[in-house]
Design a protein. Structure first.
Length: 88
């Protein structure tokens, strides 16, 4: 019978935001903080078979209440332009 190799890591300088989110995930999933962290790493690396979900500003606009959509669209369009100066 093959024995599964287990490695141990120490992660430093975890932001408070990341810590809070991992603790929320652990509580919601009813798993240990360690297990929630491993799941998050595996999802982020694409190892779970589930696609990684990236968030965009579009989702912020969709959920926002009163937003100047024209101003946002102008700003987002400007971000799509490539400046040759940036590539020198």
């Amino acid at each position: 019978m093959e024995q599964k190799r287990s490695l141990q890591y120490t992660v430093r300088d975890v932001s408070e935001t990341t810590d809070n989110r991992l603790r929320e995930a652990a509580a919601l999933e009813e798993v240990s903080l360690n297990q929630a962290t491993l799941q998050a790493i595996e999802r982020g690396l694409g190892l779970t078979g589930q696609p990684v979900r990236y968030r965009t500003l579009g989702s912020v606009l969709a959920s926002a209440g009163k937003v100047d959509r024209a101003a946002w669209q102008k700003t987002l369009s400007a971000m799509d332009k490539i400046s040759p100066e940036d590539w020198k």
